[in-house]
Design a protein around this ligand. Structure first.
Ligand code: ADP
Length: 302
């Protein structure tokens, strides 16, 4: 069982030839409405890898919120701790995706900003029954910390994906068993520039010194740097054709959490997660692109 505390967003995806200039009106290729939000994406990834997943989150009482809840149901995610807030908008992300696969994103956080300590308290027994807690930072930090504290008390493993990047104290990092960061997050948290395996190694060492248990730095098509207390190594990414990198990181984190909860060793868990993330890169959108376990295992065997 995995408990996820995090965000739910509706993604409005515009496929466009190139990024617009300020003041410019640009004709796009197409528009897609896709279920997203880091919390929901990671919950969906975990569910598609076969875990029983509960999501603690907030949506507004609008059509987007209903649609997002319906999507969670289809993935058999327990949404009994998703609070529907009256007179509030569900989180929305406007995503511009150009011909080169680059994306620019604007976010209106809506109901996600209202996830509070009481939401965590309501879900306390659900969290306590899980094996692992998975969090990101698209919901208020105080709520995330509250969830991490109750997870620690119930002896759960804690996986934190500190995205969007935000500075965190050593005390917070010390609560984290597995810290999964991309280049931006690694740089902000370590104070070092991160662009390749060598710099990722330096940043990971800083984050371990600051208290994090295992640190994983994801480096897109390069792969990952893994720093555990007793060993550190790099693993290459799978080679795939890039369509849209949205949710690559979320797929990695959700799949990694399942592998760790199942007791896979660290290296195997990382390759499992990378296999899932690489498949996500080959499809458009957030939750639409997250693969199922069978495909992930098949790619690992090839
Ligand atoms: P984020 O989306 O958070 O910035 P990354 O871009 O680092 O995260 O991607 C997370 C993981 O997804 C990578 O470590 C890698 O395993 C996989 N991935 C991302 N981009 C590619 C790619 N172009 N080819 C293969 N795997 C990729």
């Amino acid at each position: 069982k995995i408990a996820v505390v995090g965000s739910i967003n509706m993604d409005l995806v515009f496929k466009i030839p190139r990024m617009p200039l300020p003041g410019e009106t640009l004709m796009g290729h197409s528009f897609h409405l896709v279920h997203g939000g880091k919390g929901a994406n990671q919950a969906v990834a975990a569910a598609r890898m076969g875990a029983a997943v509960s999501l603690v989150a907030c949506v507004g009482d609008d059509a987007n919120g209903q649609s997002c809840l319906h999507a969670l149901q289809k993935d058999e995610i327990n949404a009994s701790h998703v609070r529907v807030i009256p007179d509030c908008a569900t989180g929305v992300a406007g995503i511009l995706l150009d011909d080169e696969g680059q994306n620019s994103i604007v976010l209106a956080t809506g109901a996600n900003a209202l996830l509070d300590l009481a939401d965590i308290d309501c879900a306390d027994s659900t969290i306590a029954q899980a094996k692992l807690l998975l969090c990101q930072l698209e919901t208020p930090l105080a709520s995330v910390l509250h969830a991490m504290a109750s997870a620690k008390q119930a002896k759960l493993k804690v996986v934190l994906n500190p995205a969007p990047a935000q500075k965190l104290s050593d005390q917070i990092l010390a609560q984290v068993d597995y810290l999964v960061v991309n280049e931006t997050e690694a740089a902000l948290l370590s104070g070092l520039a991160v662009c390749d395996l060598a710099t990722a190694q330096l940043a990971a060492a800083v984050l371990q010194q600051r208290g994090a248990g295992v640190v994983i730095v994801t480096l897109g098509a390069i792969g990952i740097w893994v720093a555990a207390p007793d060993q550190a190594y790099s693993l290459p990414a799978f080679k795939v054709e890039v369509v849209d990198t949205t949710a690559a990181g979320d797929t990695f984190v959700g799949s990694f959490a399942v592998a760790i909860a199942e007791g896979m060793d660290l290296c195997a868990a990382c390759m499992f997660a990378q296999s899932a993330a690489a498949l996500a890169v080959t499809k458009l959108g957030a939750q639409t692109s997250i693969p199922y376990r069978q495909a992930v295992e098949q790619q690992l065997q090839n």
